[in-house]
Design a protein around this ligand. Structure first.
Ligand SMILES: NC(=O)c1ccc[n+]([C@@H]2O[C@H](COP(=O)([O-])OP(=O)(O)OC[C@H]3O[C@@H](n4cnc5c(N)ncnc54)[C@H](OP(=O)(O)O)[C@@H]3O)[C@@H](O)[C@H]2O)c1
Length: 347
């Protein structure tokens, strides 16, 4: 089979919104000896993709990037020194291509796909062999495309640090977006009791079906941290996946137990007064841990868990490659539960 020489890829020549997404043809770079050519089958979207399109990604982005951090695809060709991969294998790439193991560094952070370096919203992608992980067999490409950012972030928060989640722990997840739904599923798979919040009772019903034991609508119960304390008999939860940011973090700390863990992940809830935060954190001896996705090693560990319990990612809606803007619009509308996916290859 002759290899493709060109790829259709999206770029963001301007960054005042996703209406700038531009589909164009580009040559595929020649493979270096330790690189792999992947045919991209599916790409999943994140909240991050929306803010990259607005030029507001706080960790830095290049000019005119190919957006998208998360993909699943099939190996089409390998460089002459590639040892571990073969043509035809089904793979995902890690979010930061050089985050192989251990802690993040500034150099590793600068290798995040779809912002500081070109990403995966393209038909064919050349990647270093060390950036890839095998897809669990029971997952389709569309399902597997959801793992690199959302799932690995939740996994790292709950099971990738110290102290890690143990069976019987209480876990609080906020809203029903990508990270939170994976947090719910991974916590349930690990024997934890999950409390889920959402703006919508309909979405909470989905969370219940996925195994959340306790459900709180944060619109109708704005003091949801009190409700969490009631549910846990005043003790508070062991782990909070804090995706709201300044708008929710005070409540998250109030909802945690003494010595509990608050993983600082995101900022979907907007502004808030955080002046009480230091005193609240120290007065409950809270462990706060900033999360920056995860390493390839953690990704491999996570995939073993996903395989063991045959965890199925929640794919809310799939859009065609030609309709990427519609996919962004849907992601931005926050109608989704779990993940929004773009089907790149039709076979
Ligand atoms: N640090 C990292 O490594 C890392 C990795 C991935 C993501 N993130 C960050 O984590 C956050 C979530 O990312 P994502 O891709 O999972 O987002 P997403 O799928 O777009 O999730 C959006 C959902 O958040 C919920 N939400 C909105 N406002 C809320 C509020 N005030 N309180 C509670 N929930 C609220 C809504 O769910 P309901 O409608 O159910 O309320 C909404 O649908 C983002 O800030 C992202 O940048 C960080």
């Amino acid at each position: 089979m002759s290899l493709p020489k060109t790829t259709r890829e999206y770029r963001l020549p301007k960054v005042d919104g996703f209406h700038n997404l531009t589909l164009q043809e580009a040559p595929i770079p020649k493979l270096k000896s330790t690189e792999v050519l992947v045919k991209v089958h599916a790409v999943s979207l994140q909240y991050r993709d929306l803010i990259v399109a607005k030029g507001q990604y706080p960790l830095g982005q290049k000019e005119n990037p190919v957006p998208g951090s998360d993909m699943a695809g099939e190996i089409l060709a390998v460089g002459e020194d590639v040892k571990v991969w073969q043509v035809g294998e089904r793979v995902s790439s890690n979010f930061a291509v050089d985050h192989i193991h251990g802690e993040v560094t500034a150099e590793i952070k600068a290798t995040g796909l779809g912002a500081p370096i070109d990403g995966v919203l393209t038909e064919f992608k050349v990647l270093p062999e060390h950036a890839l992980v095998r897809i669990p067999e029971h997952l389709s490409y569309e399902e597997a495309s959801t793992l690199p950012c959302a799932a690995l972030t939740a996994y790292n928060a709950l099971l990738g640090g110290n102290p890690i989640l143990k069976g019987g722990d209480f876990v609080l997840v906020q809203g029903t977006g990508g990270v939170s739904i994976f947090g719910l599923q991974l916590a349930v798979a690990s024997g934890a009791t999950v409390i889920a919040t959402s703006s919508s009772d309909k979405k909470l019903e989905v969370a219940r079906k996925l195994g959340a034991k306790h459900l709180i609508n944060y619109k109708t119960t704005p003091d949801w941290e009190d409700e969490v304390l009631k549910i846990t008999n005043g003790r508070g939860v062991d782990h909070v996946l804090e995706v709201g940011g300044p708008g929710t973090i005070i409540k998250s700390v109030k909802a945690a137990r003494y010595g509990g863990n608050v993983s600082v992940i995101g900022f979907v809830a907007g502004a808030g007064d955080v002046s009480q935060l230091p005193v609240l954190v120290l007065s409950k001896a809270i462990n706060m841990r900033g999360i920056l996705i995860g390493s390839r090693t953690q990704f491999e560990d996570m995939n073993r868990l996903i395989d063991a319990v045959k965890l199925k990612p929640v794919v809310d809606k799939v859009f065609d490659f030609e309709h990427v803007r519609d996919a962004y619009e849907y992601q931005e509308s926050q109608q989704h539960v779990g993940k929004v996916v773009v089907r790149v290859a039709s076979n």
